[in-house]
Design a protein around this ligand. Structure first.
Ligand code: MG
Length: 449
């Protein structure tokens, strides 16, 4: 039984994510970890209180104790677990998914999402129902703590150049999207000395102002507001605020790969070292990191894998093009609040408009396509693709990535659909088209056999 996706358990409440499942996941975690203390948090979703009660019920029934931190960003809970040296944590959140969804993320004692092997143990316990059955004296209990968000905000504020920010006083429009960052990012940036304007900043699980995913289309209000107020930057989060999306001073949505490159460049400028990113990331990241004297390590797609590699290799920074940035000096996890703080720090320290800094990032052209591929043929098609690509420069970290003239193409099965995804990138539009064409022809040949 597979319950965990790339970032925890997710589903429509009452259909995929039932109360019964939430109770069982709580039981499984407590059975696996024993009578330990875990931190608990959630985002602002309407189903949050209900799923909270179910997960806590399962945890306590099998002997775990919980510290309930209430509504807070996922990275704030992760930071709390790490700083308080707890055994782990659980967050009830569906991140960027629609309002009717919810989910469960499980965090280990380092504040990282548990590895796949641990997820499999939880799944096996949910399936076998071999839960711990403590005696009545050994049931767990819940205490409430209200300092989770504050601890997170103070932790970030201690790691950025406060003096530079307070001198420059960037004007920031913050759009927490009615999610978990309503109580953190606006206060963090104000405390750092920014001028802060907010929209969609009341916690509300009906998400009246915009959808929880911080895409360009969903951030129309922010894109309009930033230039009309003459602000320096707009910062938006997804529902659980582990990600940040950025609008420049002209109201332009900043592409995730360019934001990733800018922050990677800054990280390497501070400490020349290793940057970790998935194989699907744009080469503009590697270009700026190498130019700054650093190196890049590519991982499989998925933020928890990037975080683990940063931890294992002592990297200085890592992230994904969807706005999930990881700053190991603070946390081994995607961190929307730290991303916001580093961006205002960049504005203050460099003293240049964001659009100007971004214009200096190398530009690549991206092409995406998908080819139907039955789920049961995924492995054989991938093996055949690797054979067909032999003789070229190939990276088999995740799917098959083939390098060519001025670009590359990545051929990778979708995690959720019976599709083989084709991502192609080139320095020029023609090179991007050529890489996509190469990918399509390889896939056609592999599928025809
Ligand atoms: Mg998220």
């Amino acid at each position: 039984m597979r319950l965990f996706g790339t970032n925890g358990i997710r589903g429509v409440v009452g259909q995929d994510l039932t109360l019964e499942l939430a109770v069982d996941v709580g039981r499984a975690i407590a059975t696996l970890w024993g009578p330990v203390t875990v931190a608990f948090g959630r985002d602002t979703r309407r189903s949050g209180p209900m799923i909270r009660a179910a997960v806590l019920s399962g945890l306590l029934a099998c002997g775990a104790r919980a510290i309930d931190l209430g509504i807070l960003p996922t990275p704030a809970l992760q930071y709390y677990v790490k700083e308080r040296k707890l055994s782990g944590g659980v967050v009830v959140t569906a991140s960027h998914n629609p309002p009717e969804w919810n989910g469960i993320k499980v965090v280990d004692g380092q504040g990282m999402e548990i590895p796949r092997a641990e997820e499999e143990k939880v799944e096996a316990l949910v399936e076998s129902r071999a839960f711990a059955t403590p005696s009545w004296r050994e049931f767990g209990d819940v205490s409430v703590a209200t300092d989770g968000a504050d601890m997170y905000v103070r932790g970030i504020a201690a790691k950025v150049d406060r003096a530079a920010i307070a001198t420059r006083r960037p004007h920031v429009v913050v759009d927490p999207g009615h999610g978990a960052a309503c109580g953190t990012t606006p206060f963090l940036l104000r405390d750092l000395g920014c001028r802060v304007t907010t929209i969609h900043a009341q916690p509300d699980g009906t998400f009246p102002g915009r959808r929880p995913e911080p895409t360009s289309a969903n951030l129309e209000d922010l894109r309009t507001l930033v230039p009309s107020l003459g602000a320096d930057v707009g910062i938006a989060h997804d529902g659980d605020a582990d990600r940040a999306a950025v609008i420049d001073e002209r109201g332009q949505f900043v592409d995730g790969d360019r934001l990733l490159a800018l922050l990677a460049q800054e990280a390497v400028r501070r400490t020349p070292g290793l940057v970790v990113t998935p194989v699907s990331s744009s080469s503009c990241v590697e270009d700026v990191v190498r130019a700054g004297g650093g190196r890049v390590k590519y991982t499989k797609v998925g933020a928890p894998l990037v975080a683990r590699a940063i931890y294992a290799e002592g990297a200085v920074f890592g992230g994904e093009e969807n706005g999930g940035m990881i700053f190991p000096e603070h946390l081994f996890a995607r961190d929307g609040g730290m991303t916001a703080a580093r961006i205002v720090e960049l504005l203050a320290v460099r003293g240049k408009p964001l659009s100007e800094m971004l214009a200096l990032m190398p530009r690549y052209h991206l092409r995406k396509a998908g080819v139907p591929c039955p789920g049961d043929r995924r492995e054989s098609v991938l093996a055949r693709l690797a054979e067909l690509a032999a003789g070229r420069r190939v990276d088999l970290t995740d799917g098959v990535k083939v390098y060519g003239e001025g670009g590359w193409v990545l051929l990778r099965p979708s995690g959720t659909e019976a599709i083989l995804r084709i991502y192609a990138e080139g320095r020029t539009p023609e090179q991007a088209d050529a890489m996509r064409a190469l990918g399509e022809s390889l896939v056609r040949e592999a599928l025809s056999e």
